[in-house]
Design a protein. Structure first.
Length: 273
């Protein structure tokens, strides 16, 4: 499966796809913004597709084809342009595969998870504005699909997302833990899954940020929200593993509505070594 392509595309193929997306969109009388909204793709990304600056992934190509009622094979250039006098666009047959989760024998859960995370990255770059429901649906899809990853696959995704290495086990450690105590191993994997999702929703692994600034946020949240309180005696927050799960839901909610902290500011939120 082709994952979300952010690298320089094959110029000739990208230009062909670009021209066909434009042609199909204009034929149905849809604006670029309308197509972006209907397909659940950021408008800036659709613009890059139409200018040949980025080649769409298979998932995105299917979403666009579905909304424009054309065949994916035609959009991708696998079918030639219609001959003179023929119908201008090949009308699509019903597409059976859903946009978010790729099904079928050739589906690779790891690739699907990576692509869904990349989609969340793009929604986050847009401030999630106008994509709130798609964001929540994509989060749900990742949360379900990521549980199919074996330890080696999960740690590969964790590495690719930049999780703080001091807090991540090796795939061999996880595999051994599954042999000794499957329940604990599954719980540990669940903690890694949530941190991976944080990188897409918040833009950072919270475990990679120094404790002090996060405790300050936790304290502020506890003063404003009933669902946030210190886990220890006398208001003690403990270490990352103690309080991050407590503040995580509030921080994700704030991020989606555009009121969350700017974790990209490394002066305010310095990283752990």
């Amino acid at each position: 499966m082709t994952t979300n392509t952010l690298t320089k595309p094959d110029t000739e193929r990208a230009q062909l796809i670009a021209s066909r997306i434009r042609e199909a969109r204009e034929t149905v009388g849809m604006s670029r913004a309308q197509l972006a909204k209907a397909a659940g793709i950021p408008a800036k990304t659709v613009e890059k597709f139409e200018y040949g600056m980025m080649e769409p992934s298979l998932t995105r190509l299917e979403a666009i084809a579905r909304k424009l009622n054309v065949e994916v094979s035609w959009l991708s250039g696998e079918e030639p342009a219609p001959s003179a006098g023929a119908s201008p666009l090949p009308v699509a047959r019903k597409l059976e595969r859903p946009t978010l989760v790729i099904e079928g024998d050739e589906s690779d859960p790891e690739d699907d998870v990576r692509e869904l995370l990349a989609r969340l990255d793009e929604f986050r770059d847009e401030g999630f504005k106008g994509y709130e429901r798609r964001t929540l649906a994509t989060i749900g899809a990742v949360a379900s699909l990521i549980k199919f990853l074996e330890p080696e696959e999960l740690t590969r995704v964790a590495d690719a997302r930049g999780l703080h290495r001091g807090e991540c086990p090796s795939p061999f450690t996880l595999a051994d833990l599954f042999q000794q105590n499957p329940a604990d191993a599954q719980k540990y994997c669940g903690a890694i899954e949530e941190r991976i999702l944080d990188t897409a929703i918040l833009g950072v692994d919270l475990f990679a940020i120094e404790r002090g600034p996060l405790v300050n946020i936790a304290t502020e949240l506890s003063e404003k929200r009933e669902d946030v309180s210190a886990p220890g005696f006398f208001g003690a927050w403990g270490e990352h593993q103690d309080f991050v799960p407590i503040i995580r839901p509030a921080l994700r909610e704030m991020a989606i509505v555009g009121t969350g902290p700017d974790f990209g500011n490394r002066d305010e939120f310095p990283r752990r070594r």
